[in-house]
Every structure is written in C-alpha cells, then in structure tokens.
Design a protein. Structure first.
Length: 95
C-alpha cells in the first residue's frame, strides 16, 4: 500500500467516524452534500469510506460544512492514525 493509498484510506475512515458520531447515514450525508452544491451519492461515500476513492479538496470542505465542523477538525487524528497503522504494519511499533 502506498502512502497515498494509506492517506486516502485514513480520510475515508475519518469520514465514516465523523458520520457515525453524528448518527448520519451515507444517504443523508450525500443529500446534505448535494444540498450544499456538491452532487454526490451514497455509493460515492461508500467508496470513499472504504478507501477505494480519494477526496478532492472541495469535497473535504463541503463534508466539513455538512457535518458542521472545521477543516482542522476533519483532519484531527488522521496523521497520528496513519502513522500508527504504518508503524504497526512494518513492525516498528512492536517491542
């Protein structure tokens, strides 16, 4: 898995975590994004959450708006979790 793949996967997991924390389904988030001017579908969100599709900058901004969070809050924890997952896979974190 490349660094880009790991980053896309981490971002997708973050979208799901934020959505789940708020009790919002994929279809509801897709509808909110569409209402904010970013037409999307639950299928697209599924692909993002599974790391099969990356996010464009405008999508990150619009998802943050739909979830009523800052862009910084969207990224909070992604670097740490990505680094931890990478370290765990390489065995560097084992003691």
């Amino acid at each position: 898995m490349t660094t880009i793949d790991r980053a896309e996967s981490a971002m997708g997991h973050r979208v799901r975590a934020l959505r789940d924390e708020r009790g919002i389904g994929q279809a509801d988030l897709a509808a909110a994004l569409t209402a904010l001017g970013l037409p999307t579908s639950a299928r697209v969100l599924c692909d993002v959450e599974k790391g099969r599709r990356g996010l464009r900058a405008i999508e990150v901004v619009t998802i943050a708006r739909a979830l009523n969070i800052t862009i910084a809050a969207f990224f909070d924890g992604i670097d740490r979790s990505s680094a931890r997952a990478s370290r765990d896979r390489s065995g560097a974190g084992a003691r």
